[in-house]
Design a protein around this ligand. Structure first.
Ligand SMILES: NC(=O)c1ccc[n+]([C@@H]2O[C@H](COP(=O)([O-])OP(=O)(O)OC[C@H]3O[C@@H](n4cnc5c(N)ncnc54)[C@H](OP(=O)(O)O)[C@@H]3O)[C@@H](O)[C@H]2O)c1
Length: 342
């Protein structure tokens, strides 16, 4: 019998790619999705028994404990990737309910399910805080003095809970991706895709952000890192699944070189982006459509978020591709979808 692996957030950008990769390795995948989830990024589920090496759906919500408990039944491994991944929401308390409350429910359901051997929890580089003037590693703890976004705050609080659970003996391995990019569902989480779409459609004429670094990691490398955390990750150990430290200016410059198009000629000042963000937020309050740019995002852009993934390279054989290589694959993919032209 193959191991039964449950993936929360299976309908999302990362979760969808993870489900595909697990299926290709022969795992029986139980995709934990909501009734409202768009399942277009998942392969069709099968109707067979629970352990026939294919995809099965388990409906629920991470805030609905009984649905989670039921879905966990008979599972051996849980990937907890579900989260609210937005730079801004009109009701900020939702970040805590889903991102902190969801993890608490996962830990509670683990304790009641006797079959689970390992939980891989998808945290985020945001949970460790910014790294102005240095390159961060797994030792870094969030100062918790200032949070650029409510999302960052929720991930930092959830990280603490995951580490406390590990100290109590829960077999959990927290992994911390950087800015994930590459092909896959274009959700808010796929921020690089959104930026490139805006740039190549003429709606983003200049560079965004300062020279400060972000750690960019290709979605399929992050997926491999998750799978390696399942097979090789030491319990309670943190693993940064980051990649090349670069700026959004580098992303646009590389994109221009790859597509042989013109580079932006100027940098958009952050105060202008912030002002635009306030307008977007106002517009969002009226229309209900979530904004792509918001003032908290500008706070993020004011800092450096550079990390090393040496530990994952050594222990998990994590092998992130460089940004140029990843973008050279991503741009034709965006073009093939008709989202950009060049
Ligand atoms: N994207 C990045 O750059 C990045 C970087 C670092 C870490 N991460 C982490 O990676 C994970 C996946 O992110 P992503 O980019 O794939 O985000 P995403 O595309 O927005 O996917 C989020 C997933 O979570 C699910 N979800 C949200 N609220 C839920 C709830 N109450 N109950 C059950 N499921 C719920 C969503 O379901 P629906 O489809 O129904 O909405 C979706 O499947 C998150 O934990 C995120 O914090 C992401």
């Amino acid at each position: 019998m193959k191991n039964v692996v449950l993936v929360t957030g299976a309908s999302g950008y990362l979760g969808g790619r993870l489900c595909h990769a697990l299926l290709s390795q022969g795992y029986c995948v139980r995709a934990f999705v909501r009734k409202t989830s768009d399942l277009s990024s998942l392969p069709p589920p099968t109707d067979g028994g629970a352990n026939d090496g294919a995809l099965h759906l388990a409906y629920g919500d991470v805030m609905d404990y009984p649905s989670l408990l039921e879905a966990f039944s008979g599972c051996h491994v849980v990937f907890h990737a579900a989260a609210l991944v937005e730079p801004w929401l009109p009701d900020p308390s939702r970040f805590s309910s889903v991102n902190v409350g969801g993890l608490k429910n996962v830990l509670k359901a683990y304790k009641e399910t006797k079959t689970i051997e390992k939980i891989i929890y998808t945290s985020s580089f945001f949970a460790l805080g910014f790294t102005d003037g240095h390159v961060g590693d797994e030792i870094q703890m969030h100062s918790a003095k200032f949070f650029c976004t409510e999302y960052e705050k929720s991930k930092a609080i959830a990280d603490k809970i995951a580490l406390e659970a590990a100290a109590e003996g829960v077999p959990i391995v927290p992994v911390y991706p950087g800015v994930i990019y590459g092909p896959g569902k274009v959700t808010t989480g796929n921020i690089v895709a959104h930026m490139l779409v805006e740039r190549f459609n003429g709606r983003l004429p200049g560079y965004v952000g300062q020279e400060k670094g972000f750690s960019f990691c290709h979605v399929d490398d992050v997926v491999q890192g998750h799978m390696a955390a399942m097979t090789k990750g030491r319990l309670g150990e943190r693993y940064l699944l980051t990649g090349e430290n670069a700026s959004f200016k580098d992303v646009f410059d590389m994109a221009a070189m790859i597509t042989q198009t013109a580079k932006p000629r100027f940098r958009i000042p952050l105060f202008l982006i912030e002002a635009y963000g306030w307008i977007c937020v106002l517009f969002s309050r009226i229309t209900g459509k979530l904004p792509l740019i918001s003032p908290p995002m500008v706070h993020v852009l004011r800092h450096q978020w550079a990390y090393t993934c040496e530990k994952a390279k050594t222990e998990l054989d994590y092998n992130p591709r460089n940004l140029r290589e990843g973008l050279a694959e991503m741009l034709p993919w965006l073009k093939s979808l008709g989202l950009i032209r060049y």
